[in-house]
Design a binder for this molecule. Structure first.
Ligand code: BGC
Length: 941
């Protein structure tokens, strides 16, 4: 229309006057004609229209290719461009193409809809925005955007996913980002999880009791319902939602929702809620609810509760199991509010929470009329106040939480702590400062790629929500699914192998706390080894609060509806991970004190286990490891065999060879007194180190004539899977195990891996080290790169990537042999796996801490090219072409470095060090740095 037309042309002319390059991308085939008729064909420097698309084979919107082509024609990167669009598919394309700004023009499509589909800003007419506004966006707007993860508009089907991804927490506890007015239901699942609070209870199943030790869903402290006058308590979700946004402000770790709703009587109410779990004091939580009656007056009652009337109900497939973990102990008035104490039914942990409320009318404190209400394990306050049209009312709910794992009387402690909480503002200020200190170390700044920037921050955020500096005072491990859901029952697996690098280089004290969790369970691991006929310490595949094996014995297949045996506990390689993580922590930090006090005993006890599980074949003289499973959980036994587990899993054997050599080396490095002490505490016999040397040189690993490493003995004899047929039949085949079992078949029969198994050795150790190990095991290979490539090509085609960890491994490994495009694709898949829930329904049950840390590690190890495996830091970056900057800090051997990568250049700065000078290798050059000094090194193109 002429009006729109005039303002658009005016804006384009102004842009051009300021030297901005302008192009047109459109699916229309009449585009050229229209422009000519309007006399505008000279305005645009490039035109990618329907005709051009046809020639180039472009897909068009919602794919971003017409826009990316136009950007490339203008010589610009998408991150430097603005896409202006009035169609849903167009803003989707702008968002998918990672453009610097996607500007929605709400003509036929409402602005809210454009925002929900990815527009950054919306105007009704281009006359409403100026070039200065755009510049503001590229400065402060993008900066804000990089720290904000969230959603515009409601999407009930995905609400549980959103709740998981917007969990708040501080390592002590995690709280799903559920709407405060809701209880558990089809679309909502409030969950509060406290580190180490597990409960193990039986469920009778097929005539026997199945025990599961679950991370307990603790009382829901979020609940705040409201009603008007004498009406019912009505959820705003049952009203007409006029606008809605849900955002996690990551920098200050605050969850915010804004919504405007209209009830059946036409009353419009605006809500703004904010929530935090204090990083300054992990026992304090706060929620602030702002209510504005937009067009009405009346009496509002807010009913705010601590709700212990709940079960673990976050994972649909666990519903057949007994999920009642809490019993009511006591509730009443305390600390100017109310308290609730509950107890876990079997483990007997007591959890106490206290809550008090402040009420404000236009910023002024009022009291309202208050009554206490209770219902078994629920207690709360009903606060009633008269509300006037257009006025703003705020209810602040401050909550404290303690458990009997912290101290003997959690109730008293909670009451005392709550007395220290005065307001959201006061708590927020200390909390934001604590997060600022964490971000100083954790943040990775990426310019030129909004998706990567925001998602990396989200990943670092969730890691710190799961394990923070507060973990030094907690005896809690790193749950694979964070403190954000109930999947995998909150258990701890081997995932620290992927996770600890993030902490080793930024928060070594957190790594230490997580390793101490293992150390504290050394006795359990010793018993476990001995029960299974081995020496030393064998860590269970899954652990919870205690040190026992928590892997379930049966596994439910939702595809077939059957229970089957679960042999995954035979993944003895978890003990390799504990050894490896200890070694790597000490290597990266130089914390020899930790090694002497804890690490050496852990490592030697584990080495004793591997020394005893390995058996020599008297005829061949070779050593074998039997009855194990590799990381590929699809293979539990050889087809037709009645023996559980597999023989000679290559990952296990190669890593054991490395581990036993390291163990011998460690004994040599300990002082005589330390060696004696460690030998005593770990039960080491004098002849064992010699046996370890032999094993590390004699373990059996099979390579075929093409140089492919056999995943385990008998793998090469398995059938090939008809991948195409399964893809055609099922579409999504990442859980091939479930598909095959439901068909009455078994993955044991096929060359099909859930995740990287053989390739995993190259992820853990430098490829050259693998070549050395294979060499001493009797295999001459023609170099690391060809070995890697061959094995990658062989196994990648036979892997269904049923675990997101697999994608992280494949990203790093394809980068090793120089395939940057493939590495980038794997990285992207790993990056979005949680935010897009690419496994289809897993993230709503909890984040995946392994893949989150893995993506941060790929940026460190590959894009920044930071290699910490030697004695000096080595840096050889491979910045993706469209990244204009990457910068972050790391700590290696006690020295803090600031690293900044721009195209063609690396700048390294020694931020803090006790040494006079340090040496590192940057882009092949030796660089010396003194504290406070920086050096820039140009990269050869
Ligand atoms: C993976 C394991 C991992 C576990 C917990 C499983 O799906 O196969 O390797 O330890 O998830 O993240």
């Amino acid at each position: 229309g002429p009006d729109v037309f005039a303002s658009s042309v005016e804006l384009v002319r102004e842009l051009k006057r300021r030297g901005v390059r302008v192009g047109v991308a459109s699916s229309s085939r009449n585009c050229r004609l229209s422009l000519e008729l309007a006399g505008l064909d000279d305005l645009f420097e490039t035109r990618v229209d329907g005709d051009v698309s046809l020639d180039l084979g472009l897909k068009g919107k919602p794919d971003s290719d017409i826009f990316t082509t136009a950007a490339a024609n203008l010589g610009l990167l998408p991150g430097q461009c603005v896409v202006v669009e009035d169609a849903i598919s167009g803003v989707q394309a702008g968002c998918a193409g990672n453009f610097g700004l996607t500007l929605g023009v709400a003509r036929e499509t409402p602005g809210d809809v454009l925002l929900a589909h990815g527009a950054d800003l919306v105007v009704r007419d281009l006359g409403e925005i100026t070039v200065d506004d755009m510049e503001e966006w590229f400065g402060q707007g993008l900066e804000r955007d990089g720290w904000t993860f969230g959603y515009h508009g409601l999407d009930p089907e995905n609400e549980k996913l959103r709740e998981t991804l917007t969990t708040v927490g501080n390592g002590y506890l995690g709280v799903r980002g559920a709407l405060e007015t809701e209880r558990a239901s089809e679309h909502h699942y409030p969950g509060t999880y406290m580190a180490g609070i597990f409960n193990k209870i039986p469920t009778p199943l097929h005539g026997r009791d199945i025990y599961n030790n679950d991370l307990v869903n603790c009382p829901n402290w979020l609940l705040m319902e409201f009603r008007v006058d004498r009406g019912e308590y009505v959820s705003p979700m049952d009203m007409e939602v006029l606008s809605y946004s849900h955002r996690l402000h990551m920098r200050e770790a605050v969850l915010e929702r804004r919504m405007v709703v209209r009830d059946k009587l036409g009353r419009v109410t605006r809500f703004v809620s904010r929530r935090l779990a204090s990083m300054a004091d992990p026992h304090l939580l706060c929620q602030r609810l702002e209510l504005t009656p937009v067009n009405w007056s009346g009496r509002i009652t807010v009913r705010s509760s601590l709700d212990g009337n709940l079960i673990n109900d976050g994972v649909a497939r666990y519903r057949q199991l007994n999920q009642q973990h809490l019993e009511f102990v006591k509730s009443g008035k305390a600390a100017g509010g109310v308290y609730l104490e509950v107890r876990t039914t079997a483990s007997g942990y007591r959890v106490a929470m206290c809550a008090k409320h402040a009420l404000l009318d236009e910023g002024r404190r009022i009291h309202g009329t208050r009554t206490v209400h209770t219902d078994r394990a629920l207690i709360g306050e009903e606060i009633t106040f008269p509300a006037g049209e257009g006025r703003q009312y705020v209810v602040e709910k401050m909550v404290s939480a303690f458990t009997s794992r912290d101290l003997d009387d959690p109730r008293q402690a909670a009451a005392a702590r709550l007395n220290k909480a005065r307001s959201f503002r006061q708590l927020h200020s200390a909390h934001a400062k604590a997060w600022a200190r964490l971000w100083d170390k954790a943040d990775m700044v990426v310019e030129g790629d909004r998706l990567v920037q925001r998602t990396l921050r989200l990943h670092a955020y969730h890691l710190l929500v799961t394990a923070s500096p507060h973990n030094s005072r907690l005896d809690a491990g790193m749950p694979a699914r964070g403190l954000s859901g109930e999947a995998y029952r909150g258990h701890i697996f081997w995932d620290e192998l992927y996770i600890l690098p993030f902490y080793d280089l930024r928060f070594p004290e957190i790594s230490k706390a997580l390793l101490k969790y293992r150390y504290e369970r050394l006795d359990g691991a010793r018993e476990y080894a001995s029960e299974n006929g081995y020496d030393g310490a064998m860590f269970p595949w899954q652990t919870a609060d205690g040190g026992e094996e928590e892997t379930q014995e049966v596994h439910y297949n939702p595809k077939s509806g059957d229970w089957g045996p679960d042999l995954s506990r035979r993944q003895r390689h978890v003990s390799i991970a504990v050894f490896f993580n200890t070694w790597r922590y000490v290597h990266c930090t130089g914390d020899w004190n930790f090694m002497r006090r804890y690490g050496a005993e852990l490592m030697i006890s584990i080495a004793r286990f591997w020394g005893s599980i390995a058996r020599r074949d008297q005829t061949t003289g070779q050593w074998h490891i039997d009855g194990v499973m590799g990381p590929d959980e699809f293979h539990e036994a050889l087809p037709g065999s009645d023996r559980e587990g597999l023989r000679d899993n290559a990952y296990t054997n190669v890593m054991t060879s490395w581990l036993l050599e390291r163990a011998v080396d460690l004994l040599d490095r300990l002082s005589p007194a330390d060696r004696k002490r460690v030998a005593r505490s770990s039960g080491l016999l004098p002849e064992e180190p010699e046996r370890w040397r032999e094993i590390s040189r004699g373990l059996h690993v099979n390579l075929n004539a093409q140089g492919v490493i056999e995943q385990f003995e008998g793998y090469f004899g398995l059938d090939e899977l008809d991948w195409d047929a399964y893809r055609a039949k099922y579409g999504d085949i990442h859980r091939m195990d479930r598909i095959l079992k439901a068909e009455g078949d078994s993955p044991d029969h096929y060359k099909v891996a859930k995740q990287a198994d053989t390739l995993m050795m190259f992820y853990a150790l430098p490829p050259e080290t693998i070549v050395d190990i294979l060499g001493r095991l009797g295999h001459e290979v023609d170099g690391a790169a060809p070995l890697l490539r061959r094995n990658y090509e062989y196994y990648e085609g036979r892997t269904s990537h049923g675990s997101t960890l697999s994608k992280v491994v494949h990203a790093l490994i394809s980068s090793y042999f120089g395939d940057d495009a493939t590495a980038w694709q794997w990285f992207l898949e790993a990056l979005v796996s949680d935010i897009h829930d690419t496994q289809g329904g897993t993230t709503l049950e909890g984040i995946h801490t392994g893949v989150m840390a893995g993506t941060l590690d790929i940026v460190t190890r590959y894009f920044a090219g930071v290699d910490v495996t030697g004695e000096h830091l080595v840096i050889q970056p491979h910045l993706p072409e469209h990244w204009t900057k990457l910068s972050f800090r790391i700590c290696f051997r006690g020295d803090w470095y600031g690293l900044r990568f721009t195209p063609g250049k690396v700048r390294v700065e020694l931020l803090e060090s006790f040494k006079d000078a340090v040496h590192l290798i940057v882009a092949g050059r030796r660089v010396e740095l003194t504290p406070g000094r920086s050096r820039s090194v140009a990269l050869d193109s």
